[in-house]
Design a protein around this ligand. Structure first.
Ligand code: NDP
Length: 283
């Protein structure tokens, strides 16, 4: 029977560390600006949760609501304004954006030192080169879960299912930099069950409910389920949890696994961005 990760608890533990670090700043409050375009209810909930998490850890947050008809040029102007605002340390543009706006264009307009989602090409390049930078939150959360539970990554065989820019690819790079042997799988991968059966670490970032079957899991493996899928108003992950939990050594549930940690990594990135900006302003 696997150790089931309590993402909320772990998240609280890390948030307490962040809160303490903020208190040590002597009255300064790192500030996250969240931009919400349109009226997608799920996005509004995500932004609200992120702002609440900021408040709870002593970070400041501001929210900019723009109408669904906002053009790419208008959004770029808003980003430029936040880039110039010395009070704002981190900028987050909530995805998805309306179809007429190219998310990659917006990500590259955010100053790399304020890019707390880690989506700017410069930060992506830093991650590729294993140099310090702001890295995407969900991938960092996956590594944090294994580290905080003493699961050794080095030398292990890791299988990442999913190759998106936001989740799959950055997780694969982080695992590689930690000396895992990494296989990246996707929708054209053949014999996926056989590949997963060899994995000591399975990261599922697909977006298909219970796609990874329990009997694919190697006994003792770490199973990190990034997927969030809605079935009959219930949230389920990409892994068939009920069977996988019997075989894995460590497993994250959905909800309550990676999700809460992702927001916490955003807070940590905002704090880091603040510290780096303060450092670079010193004469
Ligand atoms: P994308 O849709 O961008 O990517 C999905 C990936 O899964 C693609 O690379 C795709 O392959 C692959 N895939 C799809 N079907 C299959 C299949 N049948 N077999 C193997 N691979 C397949 O999703 P994201 O990466 O943005 O997100 C993945 C999941 O994680 C979603 O459920 C999302 O909601 C969740 N998520 C959770 C977060 C959290 O905080 N917990 C944060 C971000 C995302 P191909 O490239 O070939 O199309």
């Amino acid at each position: 029977m696997a150790t089931v990760i309590d993402g909320k608890n772990l998240s609280e533990e890390i948030r307490a560390e962040i809160r303490k670090e903020v208190e040590e700043l002597g009255g300064a409050h790192p500030c996250l600006a969240a931009v919400l375009v349109g009226d997608d209810p799920a996005s509004a909930v995500y932004v609200r949760n992120k702002r609440r998490a900021c408040e709870a850890t002593g970070l400041e947050s501001i929210q900019i609501n723009l109408p669904a008809e906002t053009t790419q040029t208008e959004l770029l102007q808003q980003v430029a304004h936040l880039n110039q605002d010395p009070k704002v340390n981190g900028i987050l543009v909530q995805l998805p954006l309306p179809r007429s706006i190219d998310p990659a264009r917006i990500a590259s307009a955010i100053l790399p030192e304020k890019d707390v989602d880690g989506l700017h090409p410069l930060n992506a390049g830093r991650l590729l080169a294993n140099e310090p930078g702001l890295y995407p939150c969900t991938p960092v959360a996956c590594i944090e879960i294994m580290d905080r539970h003493g699961f050794q990554i080095e030398g292990k065989r890791a299988v990442v299912i999913g190759r998106s820019e936001i989740v799959g690819k950055p997780i694969a790079l982080l695992l590689l930099h930690r000396n895992a042997t990494v296989t990246i799988c996707h929708s054209r991968t053949q014999q996926l069950p056989e590949i997963v059966r060899e994995a000591d670490i399975v990261i599922a970032a697909i977006g298909q409910p219970r796609f990874v079957k329990g009997d694919w899991i190697k006994p003792g493996a770490a199973v990190i389920d990034v997927g969030i899928n809605r079935i009959d108003k219930k949230l389920v992950g990409d892994v068939d949890f009920d069977v996988a939990v019997e075989r894995a050594g460590l497993i994250t549930p959905v909800p309550g696994g990676v999700g809460p940690l992702t927001i916490t990594m955003l807070l940590r990135n905002t704090l880091r961005a603040f510290k780096q900006q303060s450092e670079s302003r010193k004469p």
